[in-house]
Structure formats: C-alpha cells, structure tokens
Design a binder for this molecule. Structure first.
Ligand SMILES: Nc1ncnc2c1ncn2[C@@H]1O[C@H](COP(=O)(O)OP(=O)(O)OP(=O)(O)O)[C@@H](O)[C@H]1O
Ligand SMILES: [Mg+2]
Length: 395
C-alpha cells in the first residue's frame, strides 16, 4: 500500500471556560491548565460569547445556570456560527432537564458537579483525539488539493509545450516548402533581369518590351508575396473560441498544402456531402486536419504510386457531424494500430510520435468528439465524429 506522507498538524488546544462561581472557576481553571495550552475564563454566557468571538477557541466548557445569560442561551448563539466546536457542560446531578436541552443543542459531553479530575481528563482526551483527527484530515485534504493543483498546472504546461513542439515541427516543414516554392520564381526573376541587361546592350528597349518585363516581374513578385501571406495567415495564433465551418478549415489546410502535394503527385479529393459548424479554437482544429493529412502524405513516402490519393469526406449522419480522411498508401501494420495514438509512438525515422496523440486530445477534449482508425482495402482511414445537436454548435 502506498505510504502517505505524515502531515504535521498543530496540537495546540485553547479552551473557553465559562463559570460564575469564582471558587469553582479558579480551581478548575488551574486543573485545566495542566491538560490544555490556553484557558480563557468568562463569568457568564454573555461574557462567554464575547470571548468566543474574540479568540475562537477549540473547545468550550460551560456551566448552565448563570446570571445575565445562561450557558444554554450562550450555546444556542454559538451554534448559529459554529456547528461543530466540542462543548462540555457542567451541571449538578439534579438538573438533568438542562442536560437534555443541551443535547438538543449538539452538546456531546457533560460533567457532573463536583467535577472529578479523572473524569475531566478522560473527557478532554476524547475531545483532543477528535480534534487532532479533524486537523489531520483537513491538513491532508489541503495537501491533496495542492497536489492536484500542481499536477494540473504541470500537465497543462506539458500539453502546451507539446502543441508548440508539434506546431514548430509543422512550421519547419512548411518553411522548407516555401523555400522550395520560391526557388523557381526567383530563378525566373533572375533570368528576366539578365535578359533586360542583354536587350539593353544589343538593341533599343521598346515600350512593349518594358511593359512585358514589368508585367512578368510583378506577376512573379506577387506570387512570392502570396506564398508568404498564406503562410503567415495560416499560422496566426488565435486563441478565441468561435463557430467555424468544418469545410472551411479542411479547404484552407488543403489549399495550404497543395503545392507540396502536387509536387509529390498526391491528389487531395474533398467531398462535402453536408457541412456543419464546430465551436472551439479554429487553430487547434486546423492542427487536427494538418496532422491527419500530413500523416497520410508521409505514408506515401518511398512509394512510387501514380494514383496516390487522399480522400476527405464531410457529412452528417444521424445528427452527428463526421469527417473521414482516408488514403491509399497501404494502411497501418496490424501490430501498430492500437498504439498509434500513444504519445511518442512513431515508426518514422526522425518522427516524434506527437501528431496523433494531439489529434485525439484536441478532438476528444476540446471538441467533445471521437476518433477511430481502421484499415480499409487500400489504406488507413480516420473517422471523426462530433455532436452537432445544439443549433449548429457542437456540444
Ligand atoms: N495514414 C497513415 N498510414 C499509415 N500509418 C500511419 C498513418 N497515420 C499514422 N500512421 C502511423 O502512426 C504513427 C504515429 O503517428 P503520429 O502522427 O502520432 O506520429 P509521427 O507521424 O510518427 O510523428 P509526428 O509527431 O512528427 O507526427 C506513425 O509513425 C505511423 O506509423
Ligand atoms: Mg504525424
């Protein structure tokens, strides 16, 4: 069994002692000081109430019959504020009707006058045990609450880091796609400028030539700028929750990835049967789609298929919003299929094994959806499902 950390609780006990008879008061307070740490005295119920409010004692010992305010009246006032503080009433043996009233007020202990020291000690010991247990329980509860809070903070920080890592990895990949995309137009611009130089050397520049030069040049520059704009707007971090159409995200991601897919001969087919809106952080959903499409793309690595295809279907089935992403890259090995959502499971050289872990987390926790994977005839298929009952919002 797991050993729990011993919680240190304080064992200090303070007592409020209320008694109007001075001789008894003096005698008992001396005896009490032997068993507890602090004894505060009051001579009637009213005074007792004032001291109670001032010092908030751990325990009350009170006589019943007193001038100004009786012990029972005082207890009744105290119980309005504190339902659990242990109270001992002291009473003569012929006043049992008072004791019954005291029991009604939640008094669990009484001592018959004259008070015997051993009886008092017994009674105090019982109450101390109870108080120490209560304190230990409370301290342990605080300790647990602190631990839970710490764990939650740690877990959130770890997840935020994972999301960032995964994102930086994707950004890294995209930067290389952009660099690749830029090479060709830059090369073209270079040729255009060289050509201008040669034209200028050998023949006079005609207005037509200049017009054509400007048009071709700005055209390529526009292309370069657009590629960069797309990249920046795609990676803008917006943490606000909104309603967004699923088709919008899928199209945006597909368009963004298009250039890198085309160059690999992979075709992306988007079929929108029924569109629906999701509610949440759009950027996070983008990451889901991006990871799933990227995994499909990476599954084609090293293959020389001429019909490589990723099919994405958006539909509504029995009031559930669905998103299916499948490829024809051969599927996932039988022995791996149960592990692919685990953190750091990867079969790729240089892979992180973060992608699908995050996908599942975002789908289930942020969008209250589900994701299942299966192998179809030609490749892997990921099916996502969301509740869309409340208007068009997923709940
Ligand atoms: N469409 C797919 N076809 C075949 N195998 C897949 C497919 N999608 C995922 N897998 C398998 O699941 C594993 C885990 O995928 P996951 O996206 O979590 O990590 P990864 O792609 O290896 O690394 P990264 O963290 O860079 O995404 C992959 O290594 C791969 O073996
Ligand atoms: Mg991946």
């Amino acid at each position: 069994m797991k050993a729990f950390k011993k919680i240190n609780t304080n064992e200090h006990i303070s007592v409020l002692y209320v008694e109007d008879q001075i001789d008894i008061q003096e005698e008992l307070s001396d005896i009490l000081s032997m068993f507890v740490d602090e004894v505060h005295i009051a001579s009637n119920g009213k005074e007792g109430l004032e001291v109670f409010q001032k010092i908030n004692p751990d325990l009350i010992i009170t006589d019943i019959q007193m001038p100004v305010m009786t012990g029972l009246e005082m207890i009744s006032e105290i119980r309005k504020k504190n339902k659990t503080i242990p109270i001992i009433v002291t009473s003569a043996f012929n006043k049992t009707d008072y004791l019954l009233k005291a029991i009604d007020l939640g008094v669990e202990h009484y001592l018959l006058k004259p008070i015997m020291v051993n009886k008092l000690e017994n009674c105090l010991n019982k109450i101390k045990t109870y108080l120490f247990q209560q304190r230990e329980l409370e301290a342990y509860q605080h300790y647990l609450e602190d631990r839970v809070e710490e764990e939650v903070v740690l877990r959130e920080a770890k997840e935020a880091l994972l999301i960032e890592q995964n994102k930086s990895y994707e950004i890294g990949q995209m930067v290389s796609v952009i660099a690749h995309q830029w090479k060709q137009p830059l090369h073209y611009l270079n040729l255009l400028i060289e050509d201008l130089g040669m034209e200028y050397d050998y023949q006079p520049l005609t207005p037509e030539y200049i017009k054509d030069f400007i048009q071709k040049g700005t055209n390529r520059i526009q292309f370069l700028a657009n590629t960069m704009d797309n990249f920046l707007s795609f990676y803008k971090t917006n943490k606000n929750k909104t309603n967004f159409f699923i088709s919008h995200v899928v199209k945006e991601v597909a368009l963004f990835l298009e250039m890198s897919y085309k160059s690999q001969g992979i075709h992306i087919d988007i079929i929108i049967k029924d569109d629906y809106a999701l509610y949440g952080i759009e950027n996070e959903f983008q990451q889901v789609v991006l990871n799933l499409i990227n995994n499909a793309k990476e599954a084609f690595d090293g293959q020389k298929r001429i019909d490589a295809k990723i099919t994405i279907v958006i539909s509504i089935d029995e009031k559930k919003g669905k998103l299916t992403i499948k490829d024809n890259a051969g599927g996932i090995k039988y022995e791996n299929i149960s592990k692919i959502f685990q953190l750091e499971f990867t079969t790729k050289e240089g892979g992180n094994g973060i992608g699908l872990y995050l996908v599942k987390k975002i789908v289930e926790e942020r969008f209250k959806g589900s994701i299942i994977v299966s192998n179809q005839e030609e490749g892997a298929q990921f099916e996502l499902e969301f509740n869309i009952n409340e208007g068009n919002k997923n709940v």
